[in-house]
Design a protein around this ligand. Structure first.
Ligand code: FAD
Length: 394
């Protein structure tokens, strides 16, 4: 047997013996929050996978990983999917800030932060956007002033997802207000359980409230928790965005994506909603749309696979913008298709009149509009692709 075949056999045997039944199929995927209680099987699954180094399979062993190479990583994911296991741990710790610390952190910072990310000890929020600095992120004004051995933070971030139950937040701050805007920024790690950090939730059109405003009022950060050097935050922060975009695109190999159980097969759902004749969708346009969508979904999966095969690190550079965008557009196309198939009956909003499944589809359609905003808008990705991938003039 080849090494890879041995690895597959061992992985399969281990997963069959160690993945608890309650960690299979749909259910909670931990983000490591200290305030969210996990069901026993979900907790056991997280602990067993962390012990094995498989919550962050490609990270070095000394920081909680298993040092898998790209091929072994792909085998692990296939085997997780085979047993229907859920991802043991997700979130900005394993996917965004962890790999950024691996690339830019000092040995002390890696030793301090990475093992706890790998074990899911603390959930992370992202403090980038501000009311006056979204796409034009370098205009941010949250200030960090050095006083003795600390930075003191003042200012506000907006659209901070999950901030109500996060323990830490990585924040882009202005450390040198007199320098040109891209050159005076740093990335710092902030403990959210302190008096100087306040969080206010924001309600969305879908009814959910997944993100917040986060205010810093003399919040304290020890100087050793600044990552990548003072005033080097633009470089560090942009790389973190590539990890974020690659995660959205399904091509970041830091964390272990388990058997993401698609609750609905789109073809079956469209058939269920729309009128059929002789076993086929009666509406030719809808049939055509569904076929095109299925082909695009397959092409997207092949593109993700190719992007992973070509990786030189845990996530690509500018390729992340292209695959993130095509992935988001394809998901949104699927949502539009489902809503079209439901027809006007699918537009009922109130829980007492709407069918629960249709209402969930409608809310998902609204929520996933955000996929071409979060992590950088569609227009910003197109600008990056034009300039950095195609080399077009500014
Ligand atoms: C679901 C969701 C979760 C998010 N989570 C977080 C989070 O956890 N932490 C965080 O920091 N932020 C988060 N964000 C914020 C997100 O990063 C910003 O919304 C995004 O970067 C856009 O910034 P903005 O909203 O200020 O829009 P703006 O930058 O004001 O853009 C408005 C419009 O102008 C267009 N535009 C702007 N500049 C250009 C340009 N140069 N060329 C062409 N068009 C342009 C944009 O594409 C957009 O259509 C989240 C957003 C969403 C939707």
């Amino acid at each position: 047997m080849t090494d890879l075949a041995d690895f597959r056999a061992e992985t399969r045997a281990w997963l069959e013996g160690n993945c608890p039944e309650g960690a299979k199929g749909p259910g909670t995927i931990p983000i490591g929050s200290s305030t969210i209680e996990l069901e026993p099987d979900t907790r056991l699954w997280l602990e067993r996978m962390a012990e094995k180094g498989w919550t962050v399979p490609t990270w070095p062993r000394e920081y909680g990983g298993a040092e898998l190479n790209r091929e072994e990583y792909q085998v692990l994911i296939e085997e997780l999917q085979r047993v229907g296991a859920r991802t043991p741990l997700t979130g900005r710790g394993v996917n965004y800030i962890g790999p950024t610390i691996l690339e830019f952190g000092t040995d002390e910072q890696k030793a301090k932060w990475l093992p706890r990310c790998a074990r899911g000890e603390g959930a992370w929020a992202m403090g980038y956007s501000e009311p006056g600095a979204g796409s034009d992120l370098a205009s941010l004004s949250t200030k960090a002033e050095r006083i003795g051995d600390n930075y003191v933070l003042n200012g506000s971030k907006i659209w901070t997802s999950d901030a109500t139950f996060c323990d830490y937040i990585f924040v882009l701050v202005r450390t040198s207000p007199d320098k040109p805007k891209h050159e005076g920024i740093s990335l710092v790690l902030v403990d959210m359980h302190q008096e100087g950090v306040k969080v206010s939730p924001i309600q969305l059109i879908s009814g959910a409230s997944p993100f917040c405003e986060t205010h810093f009022d003399d919040a304290i950060v020890p100087v050793e928790d600044l990552i990548g050097g003072v005033d080097n935050g633009w470089t560090v922060g942009k790389r973190l965005l590539q990890f974020e975009r690659s995660t959205h695109a399904g091509i970041n190999i830091s964390g272990s994506q388990g058997g993401r159980t698609e609750e609905n097969n789109l073809v079956d759902v469209v058939r269920n909603y729309a009128e059929t004749k002789d076993g086929k969708l009666a509406d030719g346009d809808l049939r055509d749309w569904l076929t095109r969508h299925a082909m695009n979904t397959h092409a997207q999966k092949l593109t993700q696979r190719r992007a992973i095969d070509e990786l030189q690190s845990r996530a690509p550079g500018f390729t992340s913008s292209a695959v993130k965008l095509s992935n988001a557009l394809n998901i949104q196309d699927g949502d539009e298709l489902l809503v079209a198939a439901m027809g006007t009956q699918g537009l009922r909003w109130h829980e007492d009149t709407a069918d629960a499944r249709e209402l969930a589809t409608l809310k998902k359609w609204l929520y996933q509009k955000s996929l071409t905003i979060a992590g950088g808008t569609k227009e910003v990705q197109l600008n990056i692709i034009a300039k950095r991938v195609l080399g077009l003039p500014d």
